[in-house]
Ligand binder design. Structure first.
Ligand code: AMP
Length: 279
């Protein structure tokens, strides 16, 4: 992959990278479309498909994460993707069983809250993998989804801090007709869990409506208590966190108003879903 990327680099074509964990859906494909548009006709689009073990916690769903390479490859071909980069664990973390992989990238400012608080080693794994992908694929632009808002902010900061020579583009969240944000993990939502999962986007709409109706800021603590009740009125739902924060710095906001950003994580049974939006 790196050899091919270097040959592209010599000819000066644009290269767009869309990092994914596979089991592709329309949200991923919207990122591919953006990458194609950004690099133009002469450019190349690479989709990486890799379920990265270092961004999963020991009790998380790494081993059962949905995988279907044949289906992903078909979708990529239909979407005009030039190369699928799907490395093995041995290629990405050689001889890791012996502790032979020991270099990690840690973003320290934006990572600790929200997803980082619930999943302590998650961002270290994600930034390390993304840094490796940037060094292997040598993209001129990489496209990430706003679905993982904090991740996009962390990656942007890493690129700025470590002088990676590329642009980061962030695509809007692609949703099902009823508002559920598309996610490979939605496959886990069998039976009534799928209906209950709409509660994440409904929670966002509830706060958006409240913020729009009130000219004065709303107290985050009150909103949080109301949302816990609202979310957990679904029998299988348990609120992991809801946070209100500055969209640039991710600093928590106690007085919530239009322009604040909101993110939440909810367990539906064993499945953990996330969503976010500008208020
Ligand atoms: P994943 O395969 O879940 O790691 O996601 C790969 C990339 O696709 C990440 O940048 C995600 O933010 C993005 N993505 C996942 N779901 C969506 C969605 N529903 N809308 C937009 N982007 C998404």
């Amino acid at each position: 992959m790196q050899r091919l990327a270097k040959s592209w680099q010599r000819t000066g074509v644009g290269v767009g990278l869309v990092p994914t964990m596979g089991y592709l859906h329309a949200g991923h494909l919207s990122l591919v479309q953006r990458a194609s548009r950004l690099v133009g006709k002469s450019g190349k689009v690479v989709v990486s498909i890799y379920v990265n073990p270092t961004q999963f916690g020991p009790k998380e769903d790494f081993s059962r994460y949905p995988r279907d390479f044949a289906r992903d490859a078909k979708l990529c071909r239909a979407a005009g993707v030039d190369v699928i980069f799907a490395p093995s664990n041995d290629e990405m973390y050689p001889r890791n069983d012996n502790g032979d992989f020991s270099t990690y990238v840690t973003e320290a400012q934006l990572s600790p809250g929200m997803e980082g608080a619930s999943r302590p080693t998650h961002f270290r794994g994600a930034t390390t993998l993304v840094a490796k992908l940037f060094n292997i694929v040598l993209p001129t632009v990489a496209v990430f989804g706003a679905k993982d808002y904090q991740q996009a902010a962390v990656v942007k900061r890493m690129v700025r801090d470590l002088n990676f020579p590329l642009k980061i583009d962030v695509a809007p969240i692609f949703r099902e007709a009823d508002g559920l944000a598309m996610s490979s993990r939605n496959k886990y939502l069998v039976g009534d869990l799928r209906n209950q999962a709409v509660v994440l986007s409904r929670a966002i709409q509830r706060v958006q409506a409240a913020v729009r109706k009130n000219s004065r800021p709303l107290l985050g603590t009150k909103l949080r208590a109301d949302l816990k009740r609202f979310v957990e009125s679904e029998p299988a739902a348990r609120l992991d966190y809801v946070e209100f924060f500055d969209p640039q710095t991710l600093a928590p906001i106690s007085k919530v108003a239009r322009g604040s950003h909101m993110a939440l994580a909810v367990y539906l049974g064993k499945t953990r879903l996330i969503d976010n939006a500008r208020l």
